[in-house]
Each structure stands twice: as structure tokens, then as C-alpha cells.
Ligand binder design. Structure first.
Ligand SMILES: [Zn+2]
Length: 152
């Protein structure tokens, strides 16, 4: 059954990488829209007051400081796993009302059955902390799911 806000060409199922993952059900073209990252929204001020000590990888920060917590009211896009060389990207899109949405789309063609990944590029104080360690196995894995200082 397709999840709301998620492309019908993808599906959520168990992943060998981590927990559940998002997979191409059909072959996907480059720039196929996988879904909109949905969830409970916090303004920048609300996000600063909150301790994000749970479900870290479901939390998405936008450039205006808004934070979306996909663990609350999110859709299948929250199951996207991290890879240092991903096949999807998160793109900010401005809505007509001025707010920002996060659109997840493929960056290249993806064969049916393949898992979809984004680069979490987490904005954290300590990229070397063990909880952010990456074992994605990609060539060029940078060893952390955090953004590197040069790219922040
Ligand atoms: Zn990696």
C-alpha cells in the first residue's frame, strides 16, 4: 500500500543497511520525485529550545532554521538510509505561502529493486562522535553521517 506523500514507484521494506529502507519498486529516472519529507514542524526558535535526543535520523533541518521531525506524522521518506555516495538528494522548494518543503529526488537513474539513499550531512557539533559513525561501505565513505566542516 503506497504511503501518503510517497511516490508509488518506491516502497518501504527491511534494509540490510539499517532498519527499514526505501527501495525503487520500478526503475526510476533521474530527478524522479521520491516524496516530500513530512512530519511535525518546529520553528527555529522552537527547535533551539528542544533537545533532539531521540530519533536523530528522522530530524531534518531546513536552511531557514525550521526543523521537521519525520518521526511524528512523517511518511515513508523518513526511512531513507544514509550513504556517503547517495543516489538521491534533498532539495528545498519554496511553497506559494513562502514556507519551505523538502523534496527528495533521485540524482541519477536507479534500477528497480535498488535501495535509495541520501547523504544525511548532519549538522552536529562533533562529527567524530560514535553515534554518527558511518559504515555505508561506499567507496569514499567519509566515516561519519555528519557533514564535514568544509561542506557546512
Ligand atoms: Zn559512509
Amino acid at each position: 500500500m503506497p504511503l501518503p506523500g510517497l511516490s508509488e514507484a518506491v516502497e518501504v521494506r527491511d534494509s540490510a543497511v539499517h532498519g527499514r529502507g526505501v527501495f525503487a519498486r520500478d526503475g526510476l529516472a533521474r530527478h524522479h520525485v521520491v516524496g516530500i519529507y513530512e512530519g511535525r514542524r518546529y520553528t527555529a526558535a522552537q527547535a533551539r529550545r528542544r533537545r533532539w535526543d531521540h530519533g536523530l535520523t528522522y530530524v531534518f533541518g531546513l536552511s531557514d532554521g525550521t526543523v521537521i521531525d519525520g518521526a511524528q506524522g512523517g511518511n515513508g521518506t523518513r526511512h531513507l538510509n544514509h550513504r556517503c555516495r547517495p543516489n538521491c538528494e534533498a532539495v528545498e522548494v519554496r511553497r506559494a505561502d513562502g514556507g519551505l518543503d523538502i523534496v527528495i529526488r533521485t540524482t541519477r537513474r536507479v534500477a528497480a529493486g535498488r535501495e535509495l539513499f541520501i547523504d544525511y550531512a548532519l549538522d552536529v557539533d562533533d562529527p567524530g562522535a560514535p553515534e554518527y559513525r558511518c559504515r555505508c561501505g561506499a567507496r569514499g565513505c567519509r566515516g561519519t553521517m555528519a557533514a564535514m566542516p568544509a561542506t557546512r
